[in-house]
Write a new protein. Structure first.
Length: 150
């Protein structure tokens, strides 16, 4: 893992640990634990792995309270590619190696490439932005072009 910027802040290591635990909770379907570990700023933006336009959420994750994760019986392990840290900002670049069940589908790979941006407010890390996509494996230029033709 590469850590750029201030690496003497123990809060960054704690954030990385909580991020790993939150990803695992999500894949188990435990939204309560996910929300205990992951705090969202007002205006949090999400670029979902399912595609489409990014969404912006004016409330601090309240749109997720009461929502059920579509996943069950899964697990996630994080590969931290890089952690960039300066002042009260952290950017995590990672791969979520994860699997789980969705509805009646069998357990399968749901791994994602992820970039998460956090800011520290009042001593607590809050997520500002999350971008996730399923492009963990390289695509050929031909395959990319076929997506654009649809």
């Amino acid at each position: 893992m590469t850590i750029s910027g201030r690496d003497d802040d123990p809060g960054v290591a704690e954030l990385i640990g909580e991020t790993a635990e939150a990803a695992d909770a999500w894949m188990r379907g435990d939204m309560d634990r996910y929300l205990e570990l992951t705090h969202h700023v007002p205006g949090f933006t999400l670029t979902a792995p399912t595609g489409g336009a990014p969404s912006q959420h004016p409330d601090r994750g309240s749109e997720l309270k009461g929502w059920q994760s579509p996943f069950a019986d899964g697990e996630a392990k994080l590969e931290i590619v890089a952690a960039h840290h300066w002042a009260d900002t952290v950017v995590l670049v990672l791969i979520e190696r994860q699997h789980g069940r969705v509805a009646d589908l069998p357990d399968q790979d749901w791994s994602l490439r992820v970039t998460q941006v956090y800011r520290r407010t009042g001593g607590r890390w809050e997520m500002v932005h999350r971008h996730a996509d399923p492009l963990v494996r390289p695509l050929s230029l031909e395959r990319m072009k076929s997506w654009g033709d649809g």
